[in-house]
Structure formats: structure tokens, C-alpha cells
Design a protein around this ligand. Sequence first.
Ligand code: NAD
Length: 314
Amino acid sequence: SAQVIDGRACARALKESVAAEIEQLREGGVRTGLATVMVGNGYSSSAYERRLRRLASDLDVTYFPCHLPATISQDDLVSAVGGLNAAADVSGILVLRPLPAHISEAAVFQSIDPVKDIEAVHPENAGRLALGVPRYVPSTAASAFHLLDSWLDSAGEDRAAFYHRSLVLVVGRSNNVGKPAVSLAYDRQAAVESVDEWASRTGNLGRHTRRADVLIVAAGRPGLIGPEHVNDHAVVIDVGINPRPGPGGRDRMVGDVDYEAVAARVRAITPVPGGVGPVTDVWLLRNTAAAARALSARAVDGARSGGNLLLSSL
Ligand code: NAD
């Protein structure tokens, strides 16, 4: 049966390196701050916020949770983001989804300072990722490939050679997970294919997924991938997080993959919970530290060119 790719262990190791980066910034007089913007009261966004609060406190990152009413106008939300753009102690900004229907996600994303845009949702950053020159790699897709890369290292596989001969198949094409995952697979010189709901609707999902050497599933459909959808050498990364009623009336989280049945067949697999999720959270803080560094470099440059302007005007 499959090797289990341990997301919690991977997250712990990554967290240590992020802690060291944040510590080094602090020694240089740079503080790291994370702001989240939550509009209304989504169940999954408040759970995410709780996890980020804990992680920020562990890493000595200042956390600014910004809560806004579901009735807020788009203009007021854009102004609130503008306030965070201007705040010197905020390094990274994450706008939690979903936003209410009367607000255009694109308009809000465009209002984020691209240097503070740690999920790469601003068109400039999304474009850079698609061109293979990312400023920040969005955390969920980054986590999927960080787990893959780490697993390849532990399995003694040469990463470049592995990706070179592999077909990476991504199920799901959302802007925040599926499309970035496709870009990262291209960057690794793998053959890449992506499918969406259409493949399921037309009964073709298995025909595609069975060819995958690496199967990344981000559809948000529990049990979508069963043993009939995989081959025996596949490495399966399950991004899905779906609440299911569990014992005692409490929800438990399941992925998009029928874990037990698929694990019995494939080469390696990530569990849910304990797979992609924990690494995603730490990656966001990694991007926040990178933003803090970029902002301090920008401030130094700004002071320099300000000085030059002053000189040239004399
Ligand atoms: P989304 O709803 O925006 O996009 C889903 C994509 O899957 C779409 O492209 C859709 O066409 C496709 N899809 C839906 N049903 C399908 C089917 N039956 N067959 C094939 N394709 C199908 O969702 P998202 O934001 O990309 O998130 C996907 C999943 O990942 C969700 O379960 C979400 O909770 C989870 N998620 C996990 C993390 C993490 O850190 N682990 C982070 C973000 C999202």
C-alpha cells in the first residue's frame, strides 16, 4: 500500500526555516505583520483565521485580523484594503474568500499593493506566476509541490528526472488552486494536463486521471477519486477539504479522494487532514516574511531616490 506523505512533519520543518527568516529580519530591525480581511462570517474563513492567529503568534508575527460586515460596499472594502496597503506594520494582506455576491473579487484583488499580495491574487502577481517568474507562489499550490518535492527527496528520486518523465494531471481549474498548480508543474518541465467538471460530466474523468504519474486533486468533491481513477505508480496529492458530519455532531474533514481505497493501490498519497493543509498555512507566513523583506528593500530604495531627488533639486 501507499507511502503516506506526512504534511504535518513537512510543515514543522518548513516552519523552522520560516522562523529563522523572521528572526533574521527582526535582528535587522524589520518586523513582520500579517493582515487578513474577512467580510461577513464564513465558517471556513473563521477556521482559517484561527489557525493563522496561532501560527503568527508562534512565529512572533503581528497579526491584524480585520473583520468587516457582509453589508459593506465594494468602495468601502477597497478603502479598507487601501488602509492596510498604507500601514507600515502590515507586510502581507490576505483577503479571505468567499466575498459577498455584490462585491467583485477582481476589483478587491486589484486594490492590494502587489508587494503585500502574499496569495498572488493581483493580476500582476498572477501574471508573473503564469510567466514562470513569480513574486509569491500562492500557498495551496506551493504546498502541493513542496510536499511532492520533499517526498521525492525522501524517496531518493532525482527531482528533475522525475518531473521530466512524468505527467502531472490537475483536477480542478480554479484561479486560486488549479491554475497555479498547472503553472508550477510547467516550471518543473513536466508534461501537464488539467481537467475540470466537464471531464466528469462527460464520463471521461478516469480516462484522464489513470494516465497521471502525479495526480493533484482540487475539486471540492468528496470521494471524487476512487481506486478506478488511478494507476499503481501514481503519487496522489489531495487538496480537497470538505466538511462531513462526524461522530458527536461535529464536522470532520475529508478530501476529494476516497483515501483508504486509493491508498491501497497507489505509490504515495497525502491524507486529509494532515496533508496539504498544514503546509499551506506555513507557506502563507513564508510569503509574509518575503513581503516584509521586499517592503524594507523598497523603503531603502525610496529613501535613496528621495535623497537623489533632493540633491538634483538643489
Ligand atoms: P473551486 O470550487 O473554486 O474550484 C473547483 C474546480 O474543480 C473547478 O475548476 C471545477 O470545474 C472543478 N470540479 C468541480 N467538480 C468537479 C468534478 N466532479 N470533476 C472534475 N472537476 C471538478 O474550489 P477551489 O477553491 O479550487 O478549492 C478546491 C478544493 O480545495 C476545496 O475542497 C477547497 O476546500 C480545497 N482547498 C484546500 C486548501 C488547502 O490548504 N488544503 C486550500 C484551498 C482550497
